[in-house]
Design a protein around this ligand. Structure first.
Ligand code: ADE
Length: 234
């Protein structure tokens, strides 16, 4: 079982995405666990301050190292006290556009890794004190664009890792032919009606010749990968 420990200033952002569909079911069935920690709980003073102005001047606020460090230490302590069914193994990940870019290969490696616990740190404001980088195992980006914070990237990570955990998806084999497995985009799908507004389902799919269908799907997957994502083939 994998447990995701998410450190955030906005715990409520996770309520919707984790209470629907596959992730909800994975939680209910005990296939994964998600714990949300409010960084504000480690904030300083009356106002529970978590950020401060940057040394050297400049715009924006920076998340404080002492606050983040205390939060991470506390979460690590909490994890070490969780009931064990076997060894627990922890990976601490910082979500940042400066991190290594997430792809399906990386998702797969996380999903099948020995790690039982992931601490996901969601950055905010202009950034975080650089010293936080010394406390994490890895920095991850979900793509070359900048979001308002690390919350959505953390959701992306939880979702993509979780769906590869055996039992989370309905059908075990359903991710073997999907997009990005074997470096190919997935073949096209069709369902009823056979004909609608002049648009027809490819005939080959209608006759139940499974060998032919398989060949056709393989070829379609290759053709569309060449056309849409030639970078995957090189
Ligand atoms: N925080 C802001 N933008 C991000 C991105 N693209 N990936 C990960 N964390 C982020």
């Amino acid at each position: 079982m994998k447990t995701f420990h998410i450190l955030t200033l906005f715990p409520k952002m996770f309520e919707g995405p984790f209470s629907e569909s596959m992730i909800k079911r994975a939680l209910t069935n005990g296939l994964i666990d998600i714990k949300i920690y409010n960084l504000r709980d480690w904030g300083l003073g009356k106002h529970k301050q978590v950020d401060d102005t940057p040394y050297g001047g400049g715009a924006g606020m920076v998340m404080r190292f002492d606050v983040l460090s205390n939060a991470i230490s506390n979460i690590q302590l909490t994890i070490s006290k969780l009931p064990k069914s076997g060894v627990r193994s922890l990976k601490t990940i910082l979500l940042t556009p400066q991190g290594e870019k997430l792809d399906q290969k990386k998702v797969r490696s996380f999903s099948s890794s020995k790690f039982t616990d992931f601490i996901l740190i969601c950055g905010h404001y202009e950034g975080f004190d650089e010293r936080i980088r010394d406390l994490v195992d890895e920095e991850l980006s979900i793509g070359d664009y900048v979001l308002t914070g690390g919350e959505i990237p953390a959701m992306v990570l939880v979702d993509s890792i979780s769906r590869l955990i055996p039992g989370v998806l309905g059908k075990e084999e359903s991710h073997l032919s999907e997009t990005f497995e074997n470096n190919l985009l997935e073949y096209p799908h069709y369902t009823r009606p056979e004909k609608f507004n002049g648009r027809k389902v490819p005939e080959i799919l209608l006759f139940g010749d499974h060998k032919k269908i398989e060949e056709w799907r393989k070829k379609e997957a290759e053709t569309r990968t060449e056309k849409k994502r030639p970078d995957l083939l090189s």
